[in-house]
Write a protein that binds this ligand. Structure first.
Ligand code: GUN
Length: 294
């Protein structure tokens, strides 16, 4: 518990370590049974600096839990057809249980075509329309990693979301929309908003739970937050500071929200949980491949 009058910090690094431990055990149990080591193919096209950092973290994380990673780095000018050929190969490669194509992709490649070409059973990002459909109908499938991480963080603060007022800020396919689906599945009352929403501060002030995922630094101010609300900050923006060092800033004005019940920090909040959930999705995909659903 936090000190009286201070919001409790939800420690994403500690929770990610816990989840990694579960995944590591799941992987070693498989190996002990003589089953395949889970394999994750990570595809990066071009040299977007943020994507380079994320992909490096994902590859390192695989090694920590005993998952084999296969890195495919392709030049920015790679054609859509060449990328489709690689995906077709990975789809039928039995050592590859998960396929992740880092987005954004270069402008000449249609991301929807690429993500739709991944075998849904290997779609550890949960971006394929089949998995999106399964999530929105509550019929299983692989669920996007950041939303999974957000739900695990919420679960450490509150047992039962039934009837709670959750306000999601952001409507992306990767975060906002799938989080809304997961919250609905848990019987929360969900309001999905975004940067163009009128009267956003008043809507946010009604929330028991705010999920800030708009990519707008310090959007959620202290006066937007009611006493005792639970705050999950998915935003992460790199701001150049005086002196050249960059600073990572979330979507929530962290220093103004100590009247909340709990808040995730940036960095060290949702980010580490996203990667831990990618690893657990890869283990799940490997288990599904043998028909041994958890
Ligand atoms: N780019 C930003 N977040 C993600 C993610 O979760 N998965 C992939 N593949 N690309 C991303």
């Amino acid at each position: 518990m936090g000190e009286p009058g201070l919001a409790q910090l939800i420690d994403g690094r500690a929770l990610a370590r816990q989840l990694d431990e579960e995944t590591r055990k799941g992987v070693s149990d498989r190996v002990a049974l003589g089953l395949a080591v889970p394999g994750l193919a990570v595809v990066l096209v071009g040299q977007d600096p943020a994507s380079e950092v994320y992909v490096a973290h994902k590859i390192k994380a695989c090694a920590r839990v005993g998952i084999t990673s296969y890195e495919h780095r392709l030049p920015a000018e790679t054609s859509q057809d060449a990328l489709l050929t690689l995906i077709a190969r990975l789809n039928i490669d039995s050592t590859v249980h998960g396929i992740l194509v880092q987005v954004p992709l270069p402008a000449h490649i249609d991301a929807a075509v690429i993500l739709g070409a991944i075998n849904p059973a290997k779609d550890v990002d949960g971006f394929h329309p089949v998995n999106v459909g399964r999530l929105s109908t509550g019929t299983g499938g692989l669920v996007p990693c950041t939303p999974l991480g957000v739900m695990r963080m919420l679960d450490t603060i509150v047992d039962d979301l039934t009837g709670m007022n959750a306000v999601v800020i952001g409507k992306s396919n990767i975060v906002g929309k799938p989080i809304a689906m997961l919250l609905l599945e848990r019987e929360a009352t969900v309001t999905v908003t975004h940067i163009e929403t009128r009267g956003l501060p008043e809507i946010a002030r009604q929330a028991d739970i705010i999920i800030a995922a708009a990519g707008a630094p310090r959007l959620v101010r202290g006066f937007w937050v009611k006493e005792g609300a639970i705050l999950i900050d998915v935003g992460i923006t790199r701001l150049a500071r005086d002196g050249g060092r960059e600073q990572l800033v979330g979507d929530i004005a962290f220093d103004e929200v100590q009247h909340a019940k709990a808040v995730t920090p940036v960095p060290g909040g949702v980010g580490p949980m996203t990667i831990a959930c990618l690893l657990s999705n890869t283990l799940k995909a490997a288990q599904n491949a043998e028909g041994q659903l958890p």
